[in-house]
Every structure is written in structure tokens, then in C-alpha cells.
Write a protein that binds this ligand. Structure first.
Ligand code: UDX
Ligand code: ADP
Length: 462
């Protein structure tokens, strides 16, 4: 089976970068990424690459190479479906906010809409590839919809979960640890394998059955998130015992059985995947009456929520139990460095907590817009839109922001924060000058030598 044209439905954080790399590495295949969101598609087509809707190091170069050659972005979903031999579904699957499974199950309405659209438009056989993270056995639902509402054409369904991490998406796509393909039909699997073989060594392309592939994606994210919650649990213990969490991480990470990655204690994990996927796992386990399994994984989320509120409480407690009217400067709003994505970012929850105590918050993030920051805060629904804008201000210049601040809180580990002139910053702040480092980013001996009251997550206040 030869693939000439590919369509990808959904031009977001997954669909956009993944298809850009597939197009870059397969110049003879036409790749069209479609989305209902006109503004997003316009941004993908912007001649000025700085305006791409997603900030991801290296993405601009890949788009520059492939766009207009064999990579296209469009809102004409029907045309792309009609022409494609292979269709990737890469739409969002947020946690349900209503009805059964509210707050836990994945909302599959976007997936179902896609399936119905594919079924009604297709006039020739198609391979349909699940790229979004989905609950186990979604492929079966997809198959049912496609077969029962289609025009009698053949659909082969594959699961091909994406493991890229934001901020390193292009490097992860260029050099993946593995590519996972789940499915039943050997010919369809081979067709998808051949796309990846353009640049991924054969031995890294794994084939499994559909259900293993779907579950493996949830489990990979659950294991990664569990490591973060595990080290964050230890960070609290370090603070009361006088141990230092970075030293503990280094000591255990050198054990090759444990490994050094994903042991950085933080104000909590964020991002669109970890929480959603664990909630999903918990929901699936509960729906099969596996109470112990569900409780076990749920604890990863409980600990993460605890870590975010513990950080906010630490700020309040250290500042003499009141932050009322005090200016607290946030360095960073994104859920991690090198991305403009703020989904589930700990920053918004910490801000919300401090605003409840009537702090005055100012924010600087090198890549997140003021509109996005207010959208995030408003989405929590804690206070009115006017109140959020009165209590929180966004700055484009970190030094302007810091003027007369009582405290600085580091919420994202952007490299630039470390390189700031901290002596100058100290001179601009009120005294005593507090720094709360939620990412263990700054040099503690420098902070101490400059007479900051410095707290880094997982070690004592100095
Ligand atoms: C994750 C998975 O890594 C990726 O494979 C999957 O496809 C999508 O979900 P992502 O959410 O983009 O990727 O970023 P990741 O690097 O995994 O970080 C997630 C969160 O954990 C961030 O908030 C990060 O700051 C936090 N984290 C990560 C820590 O707090 N400590 C660590 O040691 C590592
Ligand atoms: P992810 O991080 O999973 O990529 P995003 O929210 O960044 O999630 O992107 C998903 C994209 O899918 C959004 O841009 C949304 O507009 C698009 N989308 C959702 N449903 C459809 C649909 N039925 N047809 C086309 N695009 C869709």
C-alpha cells in the first residue's frame, strides 16, 4: 500500500509539530493539517515564522523547509479527508466537565465528531490513525462509528500515540526513543511504519495490538508523573529533616536501576497530559471495580495538588503569615520552560491561592501573552474578570516588574532567569527581600550571599 496523501485533523501542540516533521522527512508525501480554528490555521500559514501558533525550539526551521512544498495548513477539513490515503486524528481530548465521569473521564466528543465526518466524506479506503491520547478501547468505538455510518468503504484503524514533550518536541520527533504502532491489519501497519522508517531506525519502531498501544501511552505518562510526585513527596520530608532534595535526587539517580531523569522536584507538574491521563487511568480502573489500582494512581494527583498549595502556603507563612497588599513577582507562567503552553500550569493555581489572600501579583513570562494569563485565571472561576485584572498585572520587562516587590516566586525554569543581574534585582526590591524558587533553578549560594531570604523547594529557608 503506497501512501501519497496524508491528512491530519487538529493543528495543535501534537498535530502541528508531528506533521511538520513527517512532511520534512517524507518530501514525496503531501501532508495537509486541518483545523476548524481559522485563526490557528492563519498563524500556521503566516509568512513570518515568529507568528506560528506554537512556540517550540526548532519548529520554525522545519516549517520553513516543508511548508508550501509538501506541507499545507488549511480549514478545508472535508477536502483533506476526501483526498487522503491516511488520516491522523489529533484533536483535543480534555477531561469531561459534565455528566458521567465528570472531572475524570476523557471527553470524546471531538473524536466522535471527527469519526462521523470521516465516515460521511470518505469515498475510498482509508487508514485512520489515532494520535490523540485516548482511553483504552477508543479504537473500537471509532471502528463502530466508521463502519456503521460510512459509505461502505474500508477503514483500518491504528493507534500511534505521540510521546513528544513540549519544549523539546522537534528533538523528540527527530530522535524518538521509540515509535509505537498498535493495530491488526499488517498492510496498514506497514504503511505507517514506512513513513517513520524515513528517519527512525527499524528497531525503535514497536508493533503491538491496538489495546496495548492505547494503554501504553497512558501508562508512560502515569509513570513519569509518578516519579515527579514521588520526588515532590520527598521534598517536603527534606524540608523538615534538613536534607536537600537535589542531593537526594543525585544520590538515588546514580543508581542505574532508578536512573537520573525526571527526578527534579518542583512546584508540581502541569501540562495537558499528565493529570488528564492519570485521571483517565483512574476512571478506567474504577469502572472495572479495581479500587486499589484506582486509589494508587489517584494519589499521584493528590500529591501534585498538595505540592502546589504547599508552595503558596510556604510563601504566606514565610512572609509573616500575611501577603495582603504585598507585591509578589512571578517569574514564569508556562507549565515548563521553552513552551508557551499554560495548560494545567502550577502558576495559575499558586496565583489563585495568593489572590485569595489578597496579594498583589505581577507576572512576567518570556513567551506567554497577557491575554492567555488572564484567560487561565478567569477559567478557574474564583473571582470576577474585573477583580482578576485589578489584582494581577502582566509585565513585558522583568526589571520593571520587580521594582518595589516584596517577593519573587519562580514558577517556570526559563534559563534566562538564572542569568539575571540578581544584585540589581536585590536593590530594586523591598527589604527583607524574599525569593521562593519553585523550580530549584537559582544558585542558592549566590542568593544567600546577596542576603535574599531564599527558599528553594525541598530545602530549608535560608
Ligand atoms: C509529557 C510526556 O513527557 C510526553 O512523553 C507526553 O507525550 C506528553 O506529556 P509534557 O507534558 O510536554 O510531556 O512535558 P514533561 O517534560 O513531561 O513535563 C511535564 C511536567 O512535569 C512539567 O510541568 C514539568 O515541569 C514537570 N517535571 C518534569 C518536574 O516537575 N520534574 C521533572 O523532573 C520533570
Ligand atoms: P493537543 O495538545 O492534543 O494537540 P490542542 O488543543 O493544541 O491539543 O489541539 C487540538 C486542535 O484540534 C485544536 O486546534 C482544535 O481546534 C482542533 N479540533 C478539534 N476538533 C476538531 C474537528 N472536529 N475538526 C478539526 N479540528 C478540530
Amino acid at each position: 500500500m503506497i501512501i501519497r496523501k496524508i491528512a491530519c485533523i487538529g493543528a495543535g501542540y501534537v498535530g502541528g509539530p508531528t506533521m511538520s516533521v513527517i512532511a520534512q522527512k517524507n518530501p514525496n508525501i503531501q501532508v495537509t493539517v486541518v483545523d476548524l480554528n481559522q485563526e490557528r490555521i492563519d498563524a500556521w500559514n503566516d509568512s513570518d515564522l515568529i507568528n506560528l501558533p506554537i512556540y517550540e525550539p526548532g519548529l520554525d526551521a522545519v516549517v520553513a523547509e516543508a511548508r508550501g512544498r509538501n506541507l499545507f495548513f488549511s480549514t478545508d477539513v472535508n477536502k483533506a479527508i476526501d483526498e487522503a490515503d491516511m488520516i491522523f486524528i489529533s484533536v483535543n481530548t480534555p477531561t469531561k466537565t459534565y455528566g458521567k465521569g465528570k472531572g475524570q473521564a476523557a471527553d470524546l466528543k471531538y473524536i466522535e465528531l471527527c469519526a462521523r465526518q470521516i465516515a460521511s466524506i470518505s469515498k475510498s479506503d482509508k487508514i485512520v490513525v489515532e494520535k490523540s491520547t485516548l482511553p483504552v478501547r477508543t479504537a473500537e468505538a471509532l471502528k463502530n462509528i466508521l463502519e456503521n455510518t460510512g459509505n461502505g468503504v474500508n477503514f483500518n484503524i491504528l493507534s500511534n500515540p505521540e510521546f513528544l514533550a513540549e519544549g523539546t518536541a522537534i528533538a523528540d520527533l527527530h530522535n524518538p526513543d521509540r515509535v509505537l504502532i498498535g493495530g491488526e491489519d499488517a498492510e496498514s501497519i506497514n504503511a505507517l511504519v514506512s513513513l517513520y522508517e524515513a528517519w527512525v531506525p527499524k528497531e525503535r519502531i514497536l508493533r503491538t495490538n491496538l489495546w496495548s498501544s492505547e494503554l501504553a501511552k497512558l501508562v508512560a505518562n502515569a509513570f513519569l508523573a509518578q516519579r515527579v510526585s514521588s520526588i515532590n513527596a520527598i521534598s517536603e520530608l527534606c524540608e523538615v529533616t534538613g536534607a536537600n532534595v537535589d542531593e537526594v535526587s543525585r544520590a538515588i539517580g546514580q543508581d542505574s536501576r532508578i536512573g537520573a531523569k525526571f527526578l527534579k522536584s518542583s512546584v508540581g507538574f502541569g501540562g495537558s497530559c499528565f493529570q488528564k491521563d492519570i485521571l483517565n487511568l483512574v476512571y478506567i480502573a474504577r469502572s472495572y471495580n479495581l479500587k486499589e489500582v484506582a486509589d494508587y494512581w489517584e494519589q499521584v494527583i493528590i500529591l501534585n495538588d498538595h505540592q502546589k498549595s504547599r508552595f503558596a502556603e510556604k510563601i504566606i507563612q514565610t512572609m509573616y503569615n500575611t501577603v495582603n497588599g504585598k507585591k509578589i513577582a512571578f517569574l514564569g507562567w508556562a507549565f515548563k520552560k521553552d513552551t508557551n503552553d499554560t495548560r494545567e500550569s502550577p502558576a495559575m493555581y499558586v496565583a489563585d491561592h495568593l489572590l485569595d489572600e489578597e496579594a498583589s501579583i505581577v507576572v512576567y513570562d518570556p513567551k506567554v501573552s497577557a491575554e492567555q494569563i488572564y484567560r487561565d485565571l478567569d477559567s478557574l472561576g474564583t473571582r470576577s474578570i474585573e477583580e482578576n485584572r485589578r489584582l494581577l498585572k502582566v509585565f513585558n520587562d522583568p526589571l520593571d516588574m520587580i521594582q518595589d516587590a516584596h517577593a519573587i516566586a519562580v514558577l517556570t525554569e526559563w534559563d534566562e532567569f538564572r542569568g539575571y543581574d540578581w544584585k540589581l534585582i536585590k536593590n530594586k526590591m523591598k527589604r527583607p527581600s524574599f525569593v521562593f524558587d519553585g523550580r530549584g533553578l537559582l544558585d542558592s549560594s549566590l542568593m544567600n550571599s546577596l542576603n535574599f531570604t531564599y527558599y528553594s523547594i525541598g530545602s530549608n529557608v535560608k
